[in-house]
Design a protein around this ligand. Sequence first.
Ligand SMILES: NC(=O)C1=CN([C@@H]2O[C@H](COP(=O)(O)OP(=O)(O)OC[C@H]3O[C@@H](n4cnc5c(N)ncnc54)[C@H](OP(=O)(O)O)[C@@H]3O)[C@@H](O)[C@H]2O)C=CC1
Ligand SMILES: N[C@@H](C[C@H]1CC(C(=O)O)=NO1)C(=O)O
Length: 327
Amino acid sequence: EPKIRIGIAGYGNLGKGVEFAISQQPDMELAGIFTRRDPDSVHPVGDRVSVYPLANVEDYTEEVDVMILCGGSRADLPEQGPALAKLFTTVDSFDTHAKIPEYFDALEEAAKPAGTTALLSVGWDPGLFSLNRLYGETVLADGVTYTFWGKGLSQGHSDAVRRIEGVKNAVQYTIPSDEAISKVRAGEQPELSTREKHVRECYVVLKEGADAAAVEETIVTMPDYFADYDTTVSFISEDEMQQNHSSMPHGGFVIRSGKTGNGTNQVMEYSLTLDSNPEFTSSVLTAYARAAHRLNKSGQHGAKTVFDVPPGLLSPKSPAQLRKELL
Ligand SMILES: NC(=O)C1=CN([C@@H]2O[C@H](COP(=O)(O)OP(=O)(O)OC[C@H]3O[C@@H](n4cnc5c(N)ncnc54)[C@H](OP(=O)(O)O)[C@@H]3O)[C@@H](O)[C@H]2O)C=CC1
Ligand SMILES: N[C@@H](C[C@H]1CC(C(=O)O)=NO1)C(=O)O
């Protein structure tokens, strides 16, 4: 079996994580990195990795089996996703939850006629948490589901703030409400609004001469990202950013508490504790790249989500080997 040739579109936290993840896969090789910046300004981990201008990506359709899209969900993927799905089988981590249906349609429109396969919203949320919410609500039909994130750094929210005019650098931490979590764990099945479950803390380095009040207002009112949350914004120096906010831990859990029989209590839980959000997310993207390649080869074209991917396709092991490992 020839190795699956992976391309990376966009070299940031995720792009670097995918480069690491590929090196852990026996059946994959990195065909190249594609960036909108000057390729000479981008320094991969591996010293023999080719870096190309994204503008020339059409020249590489014969060299790449699966392109993993590592751009930002708010400003990059809405344009890059459909454009690249016309050329390649793709996997991305699109996470602007409210816009997933319209993004799905745009990818379907691009991939179907092109005979490519576009796996969208792969990661942990959306992604593995989505799967576990589905398992919970289908297995425990009578019940309630809760998702809590953090305390940790949300890459989607951090990226969204970094794109605001006047912002030089930014990170966003998501903090869950301990009170809400304890009510859920006590089995109280509370009704919780978005605002009652998490608060968001942003740390921002401004560009020279930027208007702090205008940046703060843009953040706290940002639809789909901050408008529904209590959000604080602190302005710090680049030194403070480098000293205090260089690691990207995160995590969280999905919990389904329900009843079976004559009111028997049952609880399902899936949790993550991540020292590196991007490296974990990149590992999910890379496993799903294997599945995307197989789906495409079997004629499954168009847009797909994690709900459409049989789990066995993620594994480098044969179906026969997996069957031996069911228990
Ligand atoms: N579904 C999920 O569970 C998760 C989803 N995500 C998603 O992943 C997205 C990407 O996150 P992340 O990798 O942290 O984003 P980054 O900000 O690190 O990178 C986004 C893009 O910005 C460009 N870039 C990166 N570094 C620089 C730089 N120093 N100067 C200029 N441009 C730069 C790159 O494009 P180029 O190389 O072309 O310049 C890159 O593709 C997030 O927006 C989020 O939506 C993240 C985590 C989990
Ligand atoms: N997509 C998130 C992954 C999780 C984290 C999160 C949040 O903190 O709001 N929501 O979903 C990310 O970009 O890190």
